[in-house]
Design a protein around this ligand. Structure first.
Ligand SMILES: [Zn+2]
Length: 151
């Protein structure tokens, strides 16, 4: 059985494998049998190679970011650029609203077209890359009810 067949068998059983650094993360844990665990361990190198596809789409959510980088997107210093954060879409996670600059991956403090009542999380940029700043000087973080945001 090759790595492709093993991965398919695991997926067919409802298991999702993802790469975290050099480790394989398996979810959900309650579906991981001893047999599957042994199978993954035996073929780990081939599975890691298979999971590390160079043409993988970049992460768009915090969970995808975590599966690629092994940390949450807010863990690396938020005021510094990060290549993995440029593809993230604005997202509410555990009551926190996260939005990153699509140019550099820094925390994006300036937003536009933000209307959570209509499900629009808007477009956000850091001060350096804000295309709207020249027109109206609009910037700042929006607060969502009792939840707080990083500013
Ligand atoms: Zn930026």
């Amino acid at each position: 059985m090759g790595a492709n067949e093993i991965l398919k068998a695991l997926n067919d059983s409802g298991l999702i494998l993802s790469l975290v650094g050099e480790s394989i993360r398996v979810a959900p844990p309650q579906k991981l049998t001893d047999e599957f665990r042994a199978m993954i361990r035996e073929h780990k190198a081939a599975l890691v190679a298979l999971l590390r596809k160079p043409n993988d789409p970049p992460p768009t959510t915090a969970h995808e970011f975590f599966s690629v980088y092994g940390v949450w997107p807010w863990v690396p210093k938020w005021q510094e650029s990060h290549p993995g954060r440029v593809s993230l879409v604005p997202e509410i996670v555990d009551g926190m609203f996260f939005h990153w600059c699509p140019e550099c991956g820094r925390w994006a403090a300036s937003g536009d077209v933000f209307n959570p009542a209509k499900g629009k999380l808007g477009y956000w940029w850091c001060a350096r890359h804000d295309p709207t700043q020249a027109q109206n000087g609009h910037s700042g973080a929006f607060h969502l009810g009792r939840n707080s945001v990083m500013v």
